[in-house]
Design a protein around this ligand. Structure first.
Ligand SMILES: NC(=O)C1=CN([C@@H]2O[C@H](COP(=O)(O)OP(=O)(O)OC[C@H]3O[C@@H](n4cnc5c(N)ncnc54)[C@H](O)[C@@H]3O)[C@@H](O)[C@H]2O)C=CC1
Ligand SMILES: O=C([O-])CC(=O)C(=O)O
Length: 276
């Protein structure tokens, strides 16, 4: 019998930027082991703050400035403030590599990064994150989607400090009843709520774009979870989806977001992929 040699692909080297609510969990999962992936480096704002936790990992990664990551990683995972998206993504996609982006709202302001990826054989991956059903939305988008509408309801803590609220002097701290604070497009929401509704940007990129996807945002003193409801009407299906996210230590960010990134990473080398 012929001796069939198992082909061995080198591990994909992963870099993570930002060790907050999402990045910390992703780094820990990579350190515990994800098939075919190895954590090569991280970028942090304050290395001293993370020194002991990183030293406690089974395989401590290098701690490097953002611009040095492209030399040591095949894939970068952006889990950082949205203002850093360009500096994180551009070097990777320019070199034909992959950038996983959590600050999806910032992509709407830097859409040329998608063109840069196209020209250089790179890829930008936006995980489902704190949302649900982007598989169905991308499938429906192969046909014709008539409308995508989203309603987000968050506790006050999950919205406080958003630029739109500050600029419009909206007082949400003392509300006793649900208050609709925004009704507009995903593009406008990404500008006004850059750290609160990346999900709307992801939804828009999966479906009919940031100018046709609409979102209402409610501050609700009665809820403890970050709640998103989506209604899609298309020529193949009509569907509604909702998710109630338990906030992480960052009240703006649902716990499931990091798990979505880990699931996305698992798919990269999995022998079975389920879902679009
Ligand atoms: N796509 C989605 O479904 C979701 C996206 N997000 C977005 O993902 C991003 C990360 O979210 P979280 O982990 O909750 O935020 P976080 O605020 O908990 O963590 C961000 C981390 O980035 C670090 N950082 C700041 N400047 C840095 C620099 N120059 N270099 C390296 N690190 C730096 C901060 O120190 C902090 O530890 C945010 O933009 C957030 O809005 C959050 C939830 C859902
Ligand atoms: O976690 C959530 O519910 C959503 C969120 O913060 C975001 O989209 O930025």
């Amino acid at each position: 019998m012929a001796n069939v040699e198992k082909s061995v692909r080198p591990d994909l080297r992963i870099a993570v930027v930002g060790l907050g609510a999402i990045g910390t969990r992703v780094v820990e999962a990579l350190d515990r082991g994800l098939d075919g992936l190895v954590l090569s480096a991280v970028s942090v704002q304050n290395p001293e703050k993370h020194r002991s936790r990183l030293a406690g990992l089974i395989r401590p990664p290098a701690v490097l400035p953002i611009e040095a990551l492209v030399d040591v990683a095949d894939i970068v995972i952006e889990c950082a403030p949205s203002r850093l998206v360009r500096s994180i993504v551009a070097p990777f996609v320019t070199n034909g590599k992959t950038a996983v982006v959590l600050s999806a709202g910032a992509l709407l302001d830097h859409e040329d990064l998608i063109e840069l990826a196209k020209q250089n054989g790179g890829q930008i991956v936006v995980p489902t994150g704190a949302l649900i059903g982007l598989d169905a939305v991308t499938a429906a988008a192969v046909g014709k989607i008539h409308s995508v509408r989203m309603v987000t309801r968050k506790p006050v803590r999950g919205l406080a400090g958003a630029p739109y609220i500050v600029e419009n002097n909206i007082d949400i701290e003392r509300i006793t009843e649900p208050l609709k604070i925004f009704d507009g497009t995903a593009r406008e929401a990404a500008k006004g709520f850059p750290a609160n509704v990346n999900v709307a940007a992801a939804l828009s990129l999966a479906g009919i774009g940031p100018d046709r996807t609409t979102i209402e945002i409610w501050a609700d003193p009665a809820v403890t979870r970050n709640m998103h409801r989506i209604d899609v009407d298309s020529d193949s299906a009509r569907f509604s989806m909702s998710i109630e996210n338990i906030p992480s230590e960052n009240p703006k960010t649902g716990l499931i977001t990091a798990l979505s990134v880990i699931a996305c990473l698992r798919k990269l080398r999995a022998p079975l992929r389920v879902g679009t």
